[in-house]
Design a protein around this ligand. Structure first.
Ligand SMILES: [Zn+2]
Length: 349
């Protein structure tokens, strides 16, 4: 499959071959896992492995439904999926050996071991989930993954995984991705093509190292966390947002802002496809409020309506000094998850 990434300026979102995705700063997913891991400890492994297995499985299923990829149990399909994950900046997968019941694989430029963290145990739970998704889909079987060597423990330059193929299974949890009409031959001219470039980090877009993830990852993960820890999930999201925003500091955000002709916090739209961001100024020219349309954080896969864009509020807060020169604490005062139209953020002085 040719990866076709487009920026939808009217919606402030990224669409990959017809499905909504988000380019996160490289290391973003690892940072989310680390943040949650510091709070939940051992439970983190199963949560993140499942979040990635389910959302990547769902995403690939949706690509197969629209005939972007063809799923079968053969080497061509495997190569195509490996190349796709490499192209999304998630890592370069290689086969070391395989037989009927087990595979040995490596992952280089792995998104899950990018930040140079030091851990005493193997740590690439999300990469494990990604491998589970891939082989669940290809083989139609359950897969167990074990990380043998991990960069974060300092014992290897590359991450090594062993997969054990279990029995047949028909159904896996599935979450459908928000989809948009897509015709690779006659693309919608309103959607701007965005080049994905190869780099020493994996990939870059707009000269920034990124990892491209299905937008459904967030509601699935946070919905799961909410079942475990209740309302505490909102504080965690906010903390992740302020921490994750620091990943942008080394990169030329201002170039992205001028390329897309936006200023201040509005750059979050072309930067990460968070949704269309519109700053509202006061009569004196200061920032008064920020409206967001199509907030990724308001997407919900459950029936609850509630203010939920705490991750986005954290990112705004974390980036306010870098983009506006003031430390502003932004909080959401109204959410499209409740009012069906847009999210409104205001700040506390
Ligand atoms: Zn919201």
């Amino acid at each position: 499959m040719d990866l076709d990434l487009r920026y939808d300026k009217a919606r402030g979102i990224y669409v990959l071959n017809g499905l909504r995705v988000m380019p996160l700063p490289k290391g973003g997913l690892e940072l989310i896992q680390d943040y949650v891991g510091n709070i939940l400890g051992l439970a983190t492994k199963s949560i993140f492995e499942d979040a990635m297995a389910t959302t990547i499985y769902s995403f690939l299923t949706d690509l197969a439904k629209t005939k972007q990829i063809k799923i079968r149990d053969d080497k061509r399909c495997e190569d195509e999926l490996f190349s796709m994950f490499g192209g999304l900046g998630l890592g370069d997968i290689g086969i070391v050996s395989k037989d009927i019941s087990s595979y040995s694989l490596t992952m280089d430029h792995n998104f899950n071991s990018f930040l140079g963290m030091s851990k005493s145990m193997t740590y690439c739970f999300q990469s494990g989930g990604l491998l589970i998704a891939l082989y669940r889909l290809m083989l139609g079987k359950d897969v167990k993954v074990n990380e043998l060597k991990c960069k974060t423990t300092g014992t290897s330059d590359v991450d090594w995984f062993e997969l054990t193929i279990l029995g047949d299974k028909k159904d896996y949890p599935y979450v459908s991705s928000p989809s948009y009409p897509f015709d690779g031959k006659n693309p919608n001219p309103d959607l701007e093509k965005v080049e994905i470039s190869r780099s020493e980090y994996g990939i870059t877009i707009n000269s920034m190292p990124v990892e491209i993830v299905p937008v459904i990852f967030f509601p699935y993960l946070f919905g799961k966390l909410k079942k475990i820890i209740g309302m505490g999930v909102y504080g965690i999201q906010y903390g992740i947002g302020t921490t994750m925003s620091k990943l942008y500091i080394p990169y030329p955000i201002q170039n992205v802002a001028s390329k897309y002709q936006v200023a201040g916090l509005d750059v979050l739209a072309p930067l990460a496809g968070v949704g269309l961001v519109k700053s509202i100024k006061s009569n004196f020219g200061g920032l008064q409020e920020v409206d967001v349309y199509n907030s990724f954080n308001a997407l919900h896969i459950d029936a609850e309506t509630e203010k939920r864009c705490y991750l986005l509020a954290g990112i705004f807060t974390g980036l306010s000094y870098l983009l506006l020169g003031n430390n502003l604490k932004l909080k959401e005062i109204d959410c499209s998850s409740v009012n069906n139209s847009f999210c409104k953020f205001s700040f506390e002085k």
